[in-house]
Design a protein around this ligand. Structure first.
Ligand code: NDP
Ligand code: OXD
Length: 321
């Protein structure tokens, strides 16, 4: 009897993320399950039981009537949610230690860059200026994390251990050791009023689109030892209004920003963000997931599912994440 086919639909990617490498990986962990890379012709569409996808073309999965689950090869499912023809089967997203650890590295790195005034020191170096300036303790800085999910919680825990003060914001109410937690629309303003460095690790949904705008930046705490509020966005580009970020840095509403994600990716070469001295641009690589870890995770989830156990990290499609 057929084990059922696994189809792959993977947009772009080079080297480790190339579609060919994904086929090799899924063949290695699939225990003989047939693996087909779309748009290759499928001889028996009804034999397709699983799909593993990254930004698939809308409609590409609609023909598979016997699909049992869709595995998104990343943490964010916004690209999938935008496809109204998606079969109504469970969608599983990636939540693995490898990705979480890499994101925490990124958040800690950029919090420290701003906390330790690395942009100014770099500028001084370029002008051969020896200017040690003022320094303050981590405990003088409050980091506010938007999104206390898999990624936000881990980053918060590590930053707290480093001595920063932590506040967090999420949809549902939470309690976390050493993190003052706020939730929902009503919790947003009090959360912002305490935040010196704002770290955004929200998913992109209808509710969060363009949430990082001027009105929000104006509510950030103005008593930061850094001299002004800082934004770090590693969630999605659709969360931010880039014109507002630039104008807020120009007029001092924001001191600086680190951006890993953009409204249009790759960031167009004519974007002023590229060359702004108070903006750090990274190419949506805050947390490149290890592809071996993901294929092993998908194979393990399929094995659980076929043994009658529940899938883990299933997306709530009504919330969109
Ligand atoms: P989770 O789903 O685990 O966490 C999402 C968090 O956001 C939850 O705490 C949730 O609240 C909160 N949230 C969602 N909507 C709202 C809202 N309207 N108001 C307040 N809080 C809200 O996701 P992850 O932590 O795994 O990932 C977060 C995002 O990071 C991904 O969706 C993706 O876009 C991005 N990402 C970026 C990467 C990069 O390289 N730049 C790599 C990987 C991910 P609650 O807990 O109450 O549900
Ligand atoms: C993800 C990403 O969502 O890499 O996993 O952006």
């Amino acid at each position: 009897m057929s084990k059922g086919t696994l189809v792959l639909s993977i947009q772009g990617g080079a080297d480790n993320w190339s579609p060919q490498r994904w086929i090799e990986r899924f063949n290695a962990v699939g225990h003989g399950r047939k693996v087909v890379l779309l748009p290759e012709q499928i001889s028996d569409p009804d034999d397709v039981h699983y799909a593993a996808v990254w930004k698939p073309q809308p409609g590409v999965l609609a023909a598979f009537r016997n699909l049992r689950a869709i595995f998104n090869l990343g943490a964010g499912v916004d690209a999938l949610m935008a496809d109204p023809t998606l079969p109504k089967v469970p969608i599983v997203r990636v939540a693995v230690d490898d990705l979480t650890g890499r994101m925490t590295e990124y958040v800690v790195l950029h919090v420290l860059i701003h906390h330790r005034q690395q942009l100014s020191l770099r500028d001084d170096q370029s002008r051969k200026l020896w200017q040690p300036g003022a320094q303050w303790a981590a405990g003088a800085v409050t980091v506010g994390i938007m999104g206390l999910g898999t990624l936000g919680r881990d980053a918060a825990e590590v930053l707290r251990r480093m001595g920063f003060r932590l506040v967090g914001w999420s949809n549902s109410a939470k309690t976390m050791d050493g993190v003052e937690c706020f939730s929902g629309r009503d919790g947003l303003a009090p959360f912002l009023a305490k935040t010196h460095i704002l770290v955004c690790l929200l998913p992109l949904t209808a509710e969060t689109r363009h949430i990082l705008n001027r009105r929000l930046f104006e509510k950030l705490a103005r008593n930061s030892p850094l001299g002004g509020p800082v934004l770090i966005n590693a969630g999605r580009g659709g969360l931010q209004v880039e014109a507002d970020i630039l104008s807020c840095i120009e007029d001092g509403t924001l001191l600086a920003a680190t951006l890993d994600v953009f409204e249009t990716e790759p960031l167009p070469t004519n974007s002023p963000l590229w060359s702004h001295p108070r903006v750090i641009v990274t190419p949506h690589n805050a947390a490149d997931t290890d592809a071996d870890a993901i294929s092993a995770y998908v194979a393990e989830q399929i094995a659980r599912f076929e043994a009658g156990e529940p899938l883990r990290n299933v997306v709530d499609v009504t919330r969109g994440y």
